[in-house]
Design a protein around this ligand. Structure first.
Ligand SMILES: Cc1ncc(C[n+]2csc(CCOP(=O)(O)OP(=O)(O)O)c2C)c(N)n1
Ligand SMILES: [Mg+2]
Length: 194
């Protein structure tokens, strides 16, 4: 599938990243990335965020440090990551090899009406991540690149990774998973204990 000249479909990106996931944990940023993960299929190892904007990467870091035998994927948006960008500094310092951050970048704050974010004009989150010291940061623009990254989530890594994935700005139907935070926490605790 060649899509080098077009922005990617966010639901296809999420489905590809979460396919055949095994014991991988997924932390999803509030709003559309959470809906994307739910659309790909609910899973007890999904830790959905409904708030805590800017916190997804740091929650991913905590889980990665606590669960060194599992891979942790943070799936979040450009707006959420812009708010939490200083997380890259701590993640680079801690250097968990089992943490990957996939930022679906539509250059918009989709949930609140599609206002332009800085990535639409002036800011490059891949460069930001690299500047904070993330050793492996890249921008993905094709589904082939996304598929290769998805496969790598199940191979041993040596350092945390950041991937900025360029997606179409579009307002899709909301797929709402469980919204109660205590239930989400209890559910993942039980799944991790198995
Ligand atoms: C502290 C805080 N500020 C603002 C909001 C409102 N808010 C919720 S989601 C969102 C936009 C998220 O944008 P992005 O992460 O890029 O996701 P997208 O929908 O574009 O995929 C905003 C501004 C919030 N929930 N919390
Ligand atoms: Mg966005």
């Amino acid at each position: 599938m060649s899509q080098s000249n077009s922005l990617l479909d966010r639901r296809a990106v999420a489905a590809t990243l979460l396919a055949n996931r095994g014991g991988m944990i997924a932390v999803t940023g509030l709003g559309a990335p959470t809906y994307d993960a739910a659309a790909a299929g609910d899973h007890p190892l999904n830790f959905y965020l409904w708030g805590a904007m800017g916190g997804a990467a740091m929650i991913g870091l905590g889980l990665a440090l606590a669960q060194p035998d599992r891979h942790v994927l943070v799936l979040t948006g450009d707006g959420e990551m812009l708010m939490g960008a200083q997380s890259f500094a701590t993640i680079a310092m801690q250097r968990p090899a089992n943490l990957s951050i996939a930022i679906v970048d539509n250059g918009r704050y989709g949930e609140t009406g599609g206002q332009e974010s800085a990535t639409a004009r002036t800011s490059d989150l891949t460069a930001v991540a690299a500047g904070f010291g993330i050793p492996d940061a890249a921008t993905l623009t094709t589904m082939d690149e996304v598929a290769a990254f998805a496969a790598s989530l199940h191979q041993p890594q040596t350092a945390p990774r950041v991937r900025v994935i360029k997606i179409r700005p579009e307002d899709l139907v909301r797929v709402l998973p469980v919204r109660d935070g205590a239930t989400i926490r209890t559910r993942i605790q039980a799944a991790l204990a198995q």
